[in-house]
Design a protein. Structure first.
Length: 307
């Protein structure tokens, strides 16, 4: 009801609904009154030369169904929310139904996870059953962004390598999953200077990883990198506390080459990993974090091993 700010609306809806039900009954009543027709009990209409319309009463079963439908509608409106703000005698809400289903689901899976709560991430990563559960959780909750092989794509980090934006310990991974992460780089062009300055510092960034670059431009751009070092560190090695990526390796989250780096400097980037604490239980997050950690730390590797 929050869509309707004025109190009049719920009342209006209730009146229209009740009037509609009443109109159904009135219509039925009028239609079922038998009008006596002249002589041969026809309406007097004739089509195709000899087709005449008889004035027979409505069949009783049809009337009965009609009345039942109207009664059902009335009863439904008493029991369930349907009349404006009236909550219904059963006090049913979609929210409470959702919550009770979720609670039932959680109660069902909890015993499955009981065995895992005391295990370390390394043990979990090697445990075939935990691995299988982790894999399934990953496919259901994470694969749409990170890929079913967890190798990510542009903008979505690869979780199978040892390069981490926010840290790769099981605890840091669990935190990424539970609380989500935001990588935020502001547009930096103003701090760097002219378009040439931007291009120069971009070439300096490319030189850090030994990627193809213009070495003279890189030389000039070097001093401008101080604006970047606050987040990416003096050598561009990155800073997990800020989610600032390592710029001295050849792993690029947002694309490779001068053009991509220049765009990054000019436009900045806000990248969001959604929090999952509300959707997954603590035990599920623990199992999932161990699974992700295991992808780059020698966890059980194949689904076959998990069966
Ligand atoms: C809506 C897309 C989306 C979904 C769903 C999603 N992620 Fe992410 N995830 C991201 C993005 C984008 C980032 C990068 C955030 C950044 O740039 O700082 C990220 C970052 C991460 C990180 C940190 C990586 C690093 O290098 O530090 C981990 C770990 C992670 N996700 C695991 C998961 C797991 C496990 C799931 C499933 C429960 C999941 N993600 C679901 C989009 C998503
Ligand atoms: C306020 C902190 C901050 C500053 C200052 C900053 N960056 Fe960033 N930068 C980030 C963060 C955080 C990301 C990751 C964004 C994400 O999670 O998607 C990033 C990403 C990047 C990327 C993409 C890396 C990849 O793997 O694709 C490049 C390139 C980059 N920064 C270059 C620079 C340059 C050059 C400067 C200086 C002109 C700079 N940054 C200044 C925080 C910063």
């Amino acid at each position: 009801m929050s869509d309707f700010v004025a109190v009049g609306w719920p009342l209006f809806i209730a009146i229209v609904t009740i009037a509609g039900l009443a109109a159904c009954l009135v219509l039925l009543f009028i239609a079922s009154r038998r009008k006596v027709m002249a002589g041969d009990n026809t309406t007097g209409h004739v089509w195709d030369e000899d087709l005449r319309e008889l004035n027979n009463p409505l069949p009783l079963w049809w009337m009965g169904l009609f009345v039942l439908t109207v009664l059902f509608g009335a009863l439904y409106l008493v029991l369930y929310p349907g009349l404006g703000t009236h909550p219904g005698q059963l006090r049913w809400t979609s929210q409470s139904e959702y919550e009770s289903e979720m609670a039932r689901g959680r109660a069902q899976v909890e015993p499955l996870y009981a065995r895992f709560t005391t295990m370390s991430a390394a043990e979990l990563a090697r445990d075939p059953q935990a691995h299988a559960l982790g894999e399934r959780l990953f496919i259901n909750n994470c694969a749409q962004c990170h890929g079913s092989d967890a190798r990510g794509s542009k903008g979505f980090p690869n979780l199978t390598d040892t390069d981490w934006l926010h840290g790769g310990s099981p605890e840091q991974i669990a935190q990424s999953i539970a609380q989500g992460r935001q990588g935020m780089m502001p547009p930096m062009a103003a701090a760097v200077g002219s378009a040439d300055d931007v291009r120069n510092v971009a070439n300096y960034v490319l030189s850090l990883s030994g990627s193809p670059h213009d070495s003279i431009a890189a030389q000039i751009g070097r001093t401008k990198f101080t604006a970047c070092a606050a987040c990416h560190g003096p050598g561009g090695k990155g800073n997990p506390a800020l989610g600032a990526p390592n710029l001295s390796d050849r792993i690029w989250l947002h694309g490779w080459g001068e053009e991509a780096v220049v765009r990054m400097i000019n436009e900045g980037k806000t990248n969001l990993m959604p929090a999952h604490a509300g959707r997954l239980s603590d035990a599920q997050i623990q199992v999932l974090a161990a699974y992700v950690w295991g992808l780059s730390n020698g966890g059980a590797t194949t689904t076959a091993a998990a069966k």
